[in-house]
Ligand binder design. Structure first.
Ligand code: ATP
Ligand code: 6CM
Ligand code: CA
Length: 514
């Protein structure tokens, strides 16, 4: 308990003290120090009274103390600094910071320098800052450069930027451990570097899901006090190799189409998703396929039914197929794609939305924006899984492959925009084997292209955390707690009554107040 000289009482856990400074110090908007012999200032995490729909906003609290003598003041500051080290061993000392100057509303640099850097400085963190000049620069840096001395990596940007960091730290860890990332059966090594996210993107889904708010100051405070939240990661494989990792959404059909459509409209900023969502909804597509999944929960089966840990296969026509390792919440959908998914339980939730009429699908989508259960619809099913495979359904496979060749001479075919993968503006035909061929008409979107070739596309693309994967056949495996974030899950002080998870394995509403 810290006694404040105006007789107010402020109680702050040592774990939430950000820093201690001699004198009467102010930090924001600018640092100013009035150095008096007997004063010191304590900075700490203060929960804001303004409540958001999901998590709590954190602010920098500040309390000044006056001691009877300078000697006593120096004893206080020394002891407090020692206590910080002892109580919070995961507090970072040195961070590698990547800023994407073009993410979201293009305010990454400003956000970092005005809101985040002062908090880092106060906490005595030394930061090496890199403003990226190209996509994948952060990933490549993490894969190749010397990372000695860094405790964590911070990305200032959106989910795409987080994904770069994710690939960098996972890849580097496996390289150093001599493990093969291509084999979905290999148990990957969890990464020693913590990842911090300063939200400055369009969806900021990973930040929203792990912190509960999109707020750079809240996130910077989680980083400086060394909060640690393990996170499940899904590896996505195609043919013999690893294609990508995903922390949030691996989605085929609706979410793949929205992404393909929105990549052409990056100039619209975050609004591109709303616009593309409407375009794709109106195109009323569904796709055939076979989904195989490995159920995660042995309680779902009995010892006599021979289904324990065996692959289950479903075949049909889907509006969307989504796999998410976490709830995947965002401002549009505060409870997320799968509201009770856990951040670090080693499983993912597979959501199958069977073909339905437009009103039914709209109801499904709309429920994401409310507290109504989006799974309580006759055409939706959800499974907690360890692994998923997707193939084009039986006869469809041949049909599509033939369609591909037909596309070359103007026949039937399935078309996707190449989007960010190879940077080309041509349309690619994605076949059962992932082989890609260009469509004759290089000027139209996949949707009009479907029309120009007289048939709506039979094959969609995968949306993997906001990146397009232009081949339908994939295999996914969830790796439990592969990375750690500077976060603590959504902090709202209530417990789910039926939750039996340990804190580290639980996700959202079960986090006890500290
Ligand atoms: N300097 C750069 N120039 C161009 N692209 C970059 C640069 N730095 C990073 N990128 C890429 O920009 C892409 C998008 O960035 P980011 O995720 O930060 O913003 P966003 O797409 O607006 O947000 P969200 O991913 O939350 O929807 C990332 O995939 C990243 O690889
Ligand atoms: C009538 C109202 C209907 C409203 C429907 C709202 C449905 C919202 C569901 C939210 C799902 C978020 C899934 C997160 C995906 C991220 O990993 C990814 C990368 O940032 N974002 C997108 O692909 C961007 C994808 C955007 C999809 C809309
Ligand atoms: Ca999970």
């Amino acid at each position: 308990v810290l006694s404040y000289r105006l007789q107010l009482c402020v109680s702050v856990p040592v774990a939430e003290v950000v820093g201690v400074e001699e004198g009467q110090v102010e930090v924001l908007p600018h640092k100013s120090v009035e150095d008096t012999d007997r004063d010191f200032t304590v900075f700490y995490v203060k929960r804001s009274s303004s409540r958001t729909t999901s998590g709590l906003l954190w602010r920098l609290g500040r309390t000044q103390f006056t001691c009877p003598s300078r000697v006593l003041r120096d004893q206080w500051t020394k002891h407090l600094r020692t206590a910080l080290k002892t109580h919070s061993p995961l507090r970072p000392h040195r961070l590698l910071v990547f800023i994407n100057p073009f993410g979201g509303k293009k305010k990454g640099r400003q956000i970092y320098h005005s809101l985040v850097a002062p908090v880092f400085e106060l906490a005595g963190i030394s930061s090496h800052v890199i403003v990226t000049e190209r996509a994948n620069q952060a990933r490549d840096h993490l894969l190749k450069k010397d990372l000695t001395g860094f405790d964590g990596v911070v990305c200032v940007g959106g989910d795409g930027m987080f994904s770069e960091i994710l690939h960098g730290v996972i890849g580097r860890t496996q390289q150093e451990a001599g493990l093969c990332e291509n084999d979905p059966a290999v148990t990957l090594q969890s990464c020693p570097l913590h990842i911090g996210i300063i939200p400055a993107g369009s969806t900021d889904c990973v930040c929203y899901t792990t912190v509960g708010v999109i707020d750079p100051v809240t996130s910077s405070l989680h980083i400086v006090i060394g909060d640690s939240q393990p996170l499940d990661v899904c590896s996505v494989h195609h043919g013999p190799g690893l294609v990508r990792y995903s922390a949030s959404l691996v989605g085929y059909g609706f979410y793949g189409d929205v992404l393909a459509e929105s990549e052409k409209r990056r100039w619209m900023g975050p609004f591109r998703y709303d616009y593309s969502g409407a375009v794709v909804f109106l195109s009323n597509r569904s796709y055939r396929g076979t989904v195989q999944y490995l159920p995660a929960d042995p309680l779902m089966s009995s010892p006599r039914d021979k289904t324990r840990y065996e692959w289950v296969s479903v075949d049909g026509r889907f509006k969307s197929v989504s796999l998410t390792c976490m709830s995947s919440s965002c401002a549009k959908s505060p409870l997320g794609l799968s509201p009770s998914a856990h951040l670090a339980d080693g499983t993912g939730d597979l959501i199958l939305v069977w073909d339905t009429n437009p009103l039914g699908f709209l109801t499904y989508l709309y429920r994401h924006t409310t507290t109504q259960d989006q799974f309580d619809l006759p055409f939706v099913e959800v499974h907690r899984v360890k692994a998923v495979r997707f193939t084009l359904a039986g006869g469809e496979e041949t049909e599509d492959s033939e369609g591909l060749h037909g596309a070359m001479d103007g026949g039937d075919g399935a078309y996707v925009e190449n989007g960010s993968i190879a940077g080309s503006q041509q349309h690619l035909a994605a076949g059962a084997n992932g082989q890609m061929m260009t469509c004759e008409d290089k000027t139209m979107s996949p949707f009009t292209c479907g029309l120009c070739c007289s048939k709506a596309p039979a094959v969609s693309v995968w949306n993997c955390d906001g990146e397009i994967l232009p081949f339908p056949e994939i295999c996914c495996r969830i790796h439990g707690q592969l990375v750690r974030l500077y976060a603590r899950g959504i902090e709202d002080g209530t417990f789910l009554k039926d939750c039996t998870e340990e804190r580290d394995e639980c996700n959202r509403t079960c986090i006890p107040p500290r």
